[in-house]
Design a binder for this molecule. Structure first.
Ligand SMILES: [Zn+2]
Ligand SMILES: [Zn+2]
Length: 113
């Protein structure tokens, strides 16, 4: 099956999932950065590095609903990388998951309700 330019389905280059809520890493990244600024500013350079990793994936794909940039990697994969970046700071990582309200695939987040 040839994918046409106007295909409504775009798959994430990293996980292969259909991108249902296209928000690019840049847009998410600035949210995360704001959050980090108030929580642990010293991690901001690390966050930037994570973003740079994703920059190489911005080829023709779908468009970010916020800024309109081409994007090919889902929000989930970006959040996953950021979460990995926070692994030395479990509390922060937990907060991140709550704040950005995403579920870690494969490892169900147990709520402490
Ligand atoms: Zn993905
Ligand atoms: Zn965007």
């Amino acid at each position: 099956m040839h994918s046409s330019l106007y295909s409504s389905k775009h798959e994430c280059l990293l996980c292969g999932d259909v991108i249902t809520n296209p928000i690019c890493y840049n847009c998410i990244g600035s949210e995360v950065e704001e959050w980090l600024s108030s929580r642990m500013p010293k991690l901001k350079p690390k966050l930037k590095k994570t973003g740079e990793m994703f920059a190489s994936y911005t080829h023709h794909g779908t468009r970010c609903i916020l800024c309109g940039d081409n994007m090919n990697v889902c929000t989930h994969c970006y959040c996953y990388e950021v979460h990995k970046m926070l692994e030395d700071y479990p509390r922060l990582a937990e907060e991140f998951v709550e704040f950005f309200n995403f579920e870690l695939r494969g490892s169900p987040v147990s709520s402490l309700a």
